[in-house]
Design a protein around this ligand. Structure first.
Ligand SMILES: [Zn+2]
Ligand SMILES: [Zn+2]
Length: 380
């Protein structure tokens, strides 16, 4: 298992000089083991790797014969055979007893579940854009969902029709193999993915041509989804069983649609309330009027605008906002914000009338046009 030539300098690994005594090496080794032990560094891959290197270095430098061989050739050829405790004194048990236990539980203890057990398909998450009106009224929408589905050709087994997968003889269906390794601590057992079946636990001799042996195929599926009234951007809708297909007969995952409500040109949303703009020509704002106000979902509402309405005035029309999905039942309100329109172009008559109004109100205006001159001449 050790390649020709060591990649690391074993003395450097243990942090000792080439002239270190056997006692120094053992002492350095003990310190490093406590520092880099996997239990002291859970989940730290680097520490785990270094821990292996330390063990490997001590395996050689802690043994006078192997150390001599390493000193001479830079490598130790035959590592097989011999008791794992060769080179240790009688204190092995007391010093390392605790470590033994954790090494075994830590490195040999993690086993994967049976690879052929049914597994639930993954959940899918997609964005679902709806219009503001759809969000207000609720809708039934069709979405194209790309996902993995069980292959109907082979029934999900991945084997060509008429054949069936065989249990892997190398791992006997478990999908993993144990590798035993002798070290000064004793035997390490590492569990690896079976190289023959790649962890599947079974071997497909003749693959299903439809899915290439995967048992699942990529399909785009149309899913009809009910969008409840009141959804807002960020609302998550769960559609049970419309996620990825399960494996080995497991159930399908769920589909989550994350709603995104598109902007509306006339209505701005604020929770359950809506805001819109009402543009009133100056005479209507000044004299008062009854106007027809569009609402998002339904017939326009009659709104009575009193005389002298100012720009920025907000009229509230109760119950014409968005329905509430959660919390208190009912519907929000529509807030109508008034702006007063100032005409950009005037006919001559309009201009004359406005100029007359200006004089009546005793406000000075830019003078232009024939009529103003005429009137001024008349009154001055
Ligand atoms: Zn196998
Ligand atoms: Zn198939």
């Amino acid at each position: 298992m050790y390649g020709p030539g060591e990649t690391d300098d074993l003395y450097q690994v243990l942090g000792v000089g080439r002239d270190a005594s056997a006692a120094d090496i053992k002492k350095a080794y003990r310190q490093l083991v406590r520092k880099y032990h996997p239990d002291a560094n859970p989940g730290n891959k680097e520490a785990e790797e270094h821990f292996k290197k330390i063990n490997h270095a001590y395996e050689i430098l802690g043994d006078s014969q192997k150390r001599a061989q390493y000193d001479q050739f830079g490598t130790v050829g035959d590592m097989a055979g011999g008791s794992p405790f060769d080179g240790f004194g009688g204190d092995v048990g007391d010093i390392f007893g605790d470590i033994f236990e954790s090494v075994f539980s830590g490195m040999g203890g993690r086993r994967r579940a049976n690879p052929n057990a049914p597994r639930r398909g993954a959940d899918l998450e997609m964005e679902a854009e709806v219009t503001l009106l759809e969000a207000a009224a609720g809708a039934s929408k069709e979405f194209q969902i790309p996902r993995w589905e069980g292959c109907s050709e082979c029934g999900g087994t991945g084997a060509k029709a008429g054949t069936s997968p065989e249990t892997c003889s190398y791992c006997r269906g478990s999908g993993q193999v144990e590798a035993k390794q002798q070290t000064p601590f004793g035997q390490f057992v590492t569990v690896n993915t079976c190289p023959k079946c790649g962890g599947a636990g079974r071997i497909i001799k003749e693959k299903c041509p439809a899915c290439g042996g995967a048992g699942r195929v990529r399909k785009t599926r149309k899913v009809e989804v009910k969008i409840p009234a009141g959804v807002d951007t960020g609302t998550r809708l769960r559609i049970s069983g419309e996620g990825e297909a399960g494996v080995n007969g497991g159930t399908s995952g769920d589909l989550f649609l994350v709603v995104s409500v598109a902007e509306h040109p006339d209505f701005k949303r604020d929770g359950a309330d809506l805001h819109s703009r009402l543009v009133l020509p100056f005479p209507q704002a000044a004299l008062g009027c009854t106007v027809s106000v569009p609402v998002l979902n339904g017939e326009p509402e009659k709104l009575s605008v009193p005389a002298g309405t100012q720009p920025g005035k907000v009229f509230t029309i109760r119950g014409k906002g968005m329905p509430r999905l959660r919390g208190p039942r009912g519907t929000g309100d529509l807030h109508v914000h008034v702006t007063v329109d100032v005409p950009k172009k005037l006919t001559e008559k309009q201009r004359a009338l406005l100029e007359e109004l200006a004089r009546e109100m005793k406000v000075e205006v830019e003078d232009s046009g024939v009529f103003s001159k005429f009137f001024r001449n008349l009154f001055d």
